[in-house]
Every structure is written in C-alpha cells, then in structure tokens.
Design a binder for this molecule. Structure first.
Ligand code: ADP
Ligand code: MG
Ligand code: MG
Length: 530
C-alpha cells in the first residue's frame, strides 16, 4: 500500500491529549448508545450474569478524510440504485433465470427461491415491498495515473439487514462533539480543518421509511379491527442491538407505532396468519399474551445467513411471514436481488440489463454514472468470461488481485488473493460447485492514518475506508392484491417512495481483508470531507 495521502492527519497528540480524547469517547458513547453488547467471549459468566453490560462500539478516534466529490457522487446516485433494485425485485422472470444458475449448486439460494415458489402458487397478498438498502463503495485511484481524480467503486449492494444506520448517525455526532469541545488538537497544516462533518440523517430517515411503509399498509384488515404493529425479526443474543434500538425507539416514541423485537427462532410461537383470503399476520407479545396486533411491516435483521435456519421449521417460519399480508423489508425476491451473482450480471461489460432496468426512470447520464461504479466481476462458469475468470482464479500469481465471493451476507465469507486457488481446489474437481461464486477485482483504496478504539484497546496505523449509502424505497409489485399474478412482469410495478437515507463509513486496518464491524474487523467512522 502507498503512503498516506495526508501524512499530517490526524495530528500528533500528547499523552494527556490522547487520554482526554479517549475518556470523552468512552463516556459519550455509553451516554448516547454508541454501544454494543459485549460478545460472551469477552466476558466471564460471572461478570454479565444479568445481561446489564454494554461496551463502547468500535469507533475511530478521528473522522477519516474522504474525497468530497466521491462522497457526493455516492449519495447522488442512490435513488437510481434504489430504482434499479426495486425493478430487479419486481422482475421475477429475470430473477428466475439468474437464480436457476445457482440453485443446483447453492442449497441456501435454492431454499429462498422455494419460498417464493410456494407463495407464488397461492398468490401474493401484499403488493407493496419496502427496501432498506445500502450500497457500499471504496475510493479508487487509477494506479497507472495516480494524479487522476479518485472515483468510487462499488463493493456490494445490500438488500437485507443493511445494518449500522443507527450507530452511523451517532458516530457522526460523536466526532462533531469531540470537535466542539476541542478534544481534537489543532491540525497541521491548518488547511485540513475539522468542520467539514456532513450531518448524517440515517436514524431519522430510516425510521421515517418504516413509518411510511406502515402508513401505506392502510387500516387494519381484521374484523373487529386490531391495533397495528411493526416487527423487527432479530437474532438472540444480538451484540448489535443498540443499532437496532436506535431505529425502533423513534418508531415507538415519535411515530407512536407499537414496535416489537421477535427472535427469528420464535416466529412460529408468537405469530399466526389468518386462514381467510387476507392472510393477516397477527402477533401476540409474550409479555402480554392477551394482546393481539395486526402486523403491518416485518423488518428482517435476521434470516440472511444459513446459520439462521437450523431446521426445516426455520424455513416454515420464513414462508409463514412471506405469504402473509404484512409488508416485508425485504421480500424474498428483494432479498434474492441482493445476491452477488446479480451484481456480477449487471457489471458484465456491454450487458443490456442495467439500461433495460433503468431507462424508464433514469437519464442516460445517470445510467453511465451507475455503470462507472462497477469494477470487474466475473462468473466462474462455461462462458468465455467464466473461463477467463477460472484461469485467473486458479493461478497463484493472477489471483492476487481478486476476491472470491459466495452468495452470502454478513461478512467473513470471502476468500482473498493467493488463497483462492487452494480454496477452489478444496471444493473438488466438480467445477459446477465453483459456479456458486463470483470473482471480483480487488479495489485498493488509498491508505490513511487513523486510530481505532476496539475492545478497550487503541490501535493506530494505516487504514482504509468503505463508504455505505442507505436508500429507502417503497414500491408496488406487478401482482394484484387479490393474490393473482399478472404474467410475472414488472410493467405494472410502480415506485411510490424513494430517497437517499444517509451514510456509513467503516474503517479497518489496511492489511485486514474484511471490513465488517460486527464480524470483528473494523470500526464505525465518519467522513471529514476534503
Ligand atoms: P458481505 O455481504 O459479507 O458484507 P462484501 O462483498 O461486502 O460481503 O465483502 C466483505 C468485505 O470484504 C468488504 O466489506 C470489504 O472490506 C472486502 N471486500 C469485498 N469486495 C472487495 C473488493 N472488490 N475489493 C476490496 N475489498 C473487498
Ligand atoms: Mg452484504
Ligand atoms: Mg459488505
């Protein structure tokens, strides 16, 4: 990696300055819920018997310098990205074609697709879908032309459980606060000033998205009518619970919408789907079982990983929610639209798909700007591109510049660089199994200096950042409410609400391959625009 582009940022601090900064970060974080539940591995059972402990979330001590034009571009194209993925999720014929290439080689994708097929058989009863997306980027500079302007390249597009919106608003507030109380020493040279902290509206904007979908659900369909509620489907225990609570609390207090957390593993214990044609989803909270709510919106913060489905009952639970009248965030088709395989199809040079999906709603210029965020992504199949990729992936030297990804979410699933050939060899001679992966060119963002406070320890050094931009999108699908199908096409679909919803900067050591905060590699950060 090259030298830091701003070698004098952050400024050198005395021991006393660093102590002052750290104590403020620790106290502000707990005061304001910039926190995680410590994972049990960090605790002896005697220290957390009652589950009352919280720890500060991994954060950077300073905001990270981030190119202003890249930041604005990432936010400016988010609405078009929302349109794109809403259009993909509506086009089940196109999705089917892609998913069919995966189902023989990937049981998890096959099971997700089966949920769709089951619901399609009886007909969908909910025509609305909510997308809470996050498009992730790294800054790219052309290695052949280091003085050229930096651009953004997309790492991936998330359509399920796009997390950290809650903590992201808070880390922006933390860094602004530290600046306000002069916990940051003056910079040298002074031209790199702190005050360029953009406000980060994630919490407000995402919770507004949920409330908008809740309203769009309409009045209770039960007779006699039941109060409506929103369900957050979660894993238990959940170390990132405060991020989720940052979004659910405003729903309860500002919007006055009853909002409950329900473990993925307990869906079938506490919800029912009415047997009439409406298929209303009812929820009875275990703390007051005499109460019954009609669920307007189901928000999945679980269900994206095979480990969330330990038995066939887990799949029954996903189907149970999907066939119900509640709006899903995301629907099963929206979940599938976020597959890395879809990203690869879109990024294939000269592929017509991007323009096909966007030409109705976006200008040619906007479509080009989306295309400019793509980096090389290959399938590992029998096509000429696939054969080229297999040559790259099986060569010790050529694989260096690539990352191999399965169709999975949540971090920790990828294989990097020179480890790729041995990994593929380990899958056996049957190259069919390779097809469940994509091969992606590694983006090499310029390194910066920063310090990360994680598990009570400060680590300083060269870091790289990944910017995520959130999007909220509510759309009507092409099928009609009575449960019928309209030829599976998307012609009848319509986007009702669409906005860009704030951002997330995650920062990790430049030598670390993965950047996931929850997966244990990175920290939440905020951008200081330069
Ligand atoms: P997941 O859905 O599991 O988060 P990602 O595609 O985001 O999968 O990969 C996880 C992490 O791996 C990213 O946060 C990033 O740090 C790293 N990564 C993924 N793709 C690339 C890439 N093309 N170039 C550089 N780093 C990458
Ligand atoms: Mg992801
Ligand atoms: Mg990711």
């Amino acid at each position: 990696m090259g030298a830091s582009i701003y070698p004098d940022f952050p400024p050198k601090t005395t021991l006393e300055q660093q102590d002052y900064l750290l104590s403020n970060i620790k106290d502000w974080s707990i005061l304001n819920g910039l926190a995680i539940r410590p994972s049990t591995s960090l605790l002896s059972t005697s220290t957390d018997l009652s589950g009352t402990l919280a720890a500060t979330a991994p954060v950077t001590l300073y905001p990270s310098l981030f190119p202003r034009a890249c930041f604005h571009e990432a936010r400016a194209i988010q609405k078009a990205y929302n349109e794109l993925y809403a259009a993909i999720a509506r086009d089940q014929n196109w999705l089917r074609q892609i998913v069919q290439q995966l189902i023989e080689v990937d049981d998890f994708i096959a099971s997700l697709w089966n949920v769709h097929l089951e619901v399609e058989k009886e007909g969908y009863v909910q025509n609305l879908s909510l997308g809470l997306f996050r498009s992730d980027y790294m800054v790219h500079t052309d290695p052949a032309n280091p003085d050229s302007k930096p651009t953004i390249k997309q790492v991936e597009f998330n359509t399920i459980a796009s997390s950290f919106g809650g903590l992201s608003t808070k880390v922006s507030q933390l860094h602004s606060y530290l600046n306000e109380i002069a916990a940051y020493p003056p910079t040298s040279p002074p031209t790199i000033a702190y005050p360029s902290f953009p406000a980060n509206p994630c919490i407000e904007s995402l919770s507004h998205g949920f409330s908008t979908a809740h309203r769009a659900y309409g009045p209770s369909k039960s007779s006699p009518s039941l109060p409506l509620c929103i369900l957050f489907i979660v894993t238990v225990p959940e170390s990132n619970i405060f991020d989720q609570l940052a979004l659910s609390t405003p729903l309860q207090t500002a919007y006055e919408i009853p909002t409950f957390r329900l473990a993925f593993s307990a869906i079938l214990d506490h919800t029912t789907v009415s047997s009439n044609k409406h298929r209303i989803l009812n929820y009875s909270p275990p703390h007051s079982p005499e109460m019954s709510y009609e669920v307007s919106l189901v928000y999945f913060r679980a269900g994206y990983s095979p480990s969330h489905y330990p038995s066939s009952a887990s799949w029954d639970a996903r189907l149970h929610l999907e066939r119900s009248a509640a709006i899903k965030c995301p629907s099963i088709l929206t979940h599938l639209a976020g597959s890395k395989k879809i990203q690869q199809e879109l990024a294939t040079p000269n592929s017509p798909h991007l323009a096909n999906f966007l030409s109705r709603t976006s200008s040619a210029d906007l479509i080009d700007r989306i295309r400019n965020t793509f980096t090389a992504i290959y399938p590992l199949d029998d096509t000429p591109e696939g054969q080229h990729a297999i040559r790259l992936a099986t060569s010790a030297k050529d694989s260096e510049g690539y990352v191999l990804k399965p169709q999975r979410e949540g971090g920790g699933n990828n294989v990097y660089g020179s480890k790729i050939p041995a990994f593929l060899a380990g899958l056996g001679d049957d190259q069919q199994r390779w097809r469940s992966h994509i091969l992606m060119e590694l983006i090499k963002p310029p390194t910066l200096r920063n310090s990360i406070l994680r598990n009570g320890e400060v680590q300083s050094g060269e870091v790289i950042g990944e910017l995520g931009v959130y999007g909220v999108c509510l759309w009507r699908n092409g099928h009609d409410e009575a449960g019928g199908k309209k030829n599976g096409g998307d012609a009848d679909g319509e986007v009702l609400e669409n906005w860009e919803a704030g951002f997330l900067l995650r920062t990790k050591g430049s030598e670390s391959e993965e950047g996931g905060v929850a997966a244990g590699f990175g920290a939440v950060d905020s951008p200081c625009l330069v």
